[in-house]
Design a protein around this ligand. Structure first.
Ligand code: NAD
Ligand code: 0WE
Length: 261
């Protein structure tokens, strides 16, 4: 029997087959969950629908998380279709491309607000909107990156957004504890997704990551999917408000090993 048998999961942030959200969707499917998917905009529909279909998912809804009315509408549709849900996955982040290069102090007021709105507030807004639909024993998940706690050059305003996202995870965990719903974040190492495409120096960072990490391997969306199963299933029943690293151990290192051991 699958670890998520009888559970319903809604996954936000699917763009294409490289998305972390897709790794999560496939892993959840494997463990027997009923899945609903949400994506950002009309142009992604053509990509997302065949993927959803391939895992037998026919709840595929557009939702731009910067619009309250889009969030309300997807909640209404989920309520009509599923009644209650068990798992909510937020796999969304965005900053203007020109904020992700050069000195952090050049961050514009508008760029700061946009990154915080799409990458952080959307998590709070989705958690609130789905609160009445969440079954006891359920789980809420978001995706973060270690640029929240240590400097990653060029990650800039996204690092600040991820720090706020991790703090939001703790505050939401406190709120949702009363209804026995857990809230956790997965901090993944760098993965070549759409959100990493065109990032200057990504290739170099990828290589350095592989060298520095104790396990000397880069991260896949499948790895994140497997961690998401744990954090959404009853296996992690007493874990909430945590940032769970899926990074081949990279974050524990202070100095690179350089093969001197
Ligand atoms: P991705 O591009 O596949 O996913 C990002 C998603 O955010 C896309 O589906 C995009 O449509 C969605 N999005 C952007 N603006 C939106 C809006 N207004 N409304 C609704 N959706 C919107 O890339 P990914 O790497 O899978 O990113 C998923 C999450 O994982 C992000 O939070 C990202 O910060 C995080 N993350 C990524 C990495 C990495 O190296 N790729 C590492 C750690 C954490
Ligand atoms: O969270 C992310 C991706 C964040 C991201 C990426 C983009 C590129 C395209 C947010 N918004 C946009 N907007 C775009 O227009 N990661 C963890 C991957 C990532 O992105 C970086 C990284 C890493 C790692 C950007 C700079 C430096 C390192």
């Amino acid at each position: 029997m699958g670890l998520l048998e009888g559970k319903t999961a809604l996954i936000f942030g699917l763009a294409n087959k490289n998305s972390i959200a897709w790794g999560v969707a496939q892993a959840f499917k494997r463990e027997g969950a009923t899945i609903g998917i949400s994506y950002a905009g009309e142009i992604l529909k053509r990509r997302v629908e065949p993927l959803a279909e391939s895992i037998g998912c026919d709840f595929v809804e557009e939702c731009d998380v910067s619009k309250d009315e889009d969030i309300e509408s997807v909640v209404a549709k989920a309520k009509k279709r599923f009644g209650k849900i068990d798992i909510l996955v937020h796999s969304i982040g965005f900053a203007n491309r020109d904020e992700l290069r050069g000195p952090f102090y050049n961050t514009s007021r508008e760029g700061f607000h946009l990154a915080m709105d799409i990458s952080v507030y959307s998590f709070v807004a989705l958690a609130r909107a789905f609160q009445p639909l969440m079954n006891p024993g359920g789980a809420i998940l978001t995706m973060t990156y270690a640029g929240s706690v240590k400097v990653t050059p060029n990650y800039n305003v996204m690092g600040i957004a991820k720090a706020a996202l991790e703090a939001s995870t703790r505050y939401l965990a406190y709120d949702f504890g009363k209804q026995n719903v857990r809230v956790n974040a997965i901090s993944a190492g760098p993965i070549r997704t759409l959100a990493a495409a065109g990032v200057g120096g990504f290739k170099t960072m990828y290589k350095a990551f592989e060298e520095m990490a104790p396990l000397h391997e880069n991260i896949t969306t499948e790895d994140v999917g497997n961690a998401a199963i744990f954090l959404s299933s009853d296996l992690s029943a007493r874990t909430t408000g945590e940032v769970f690293y899926v990074d081949s151990g990279y974050n524990i290192m202070g100095v690179p090993g350089m093969g001197i051991e």
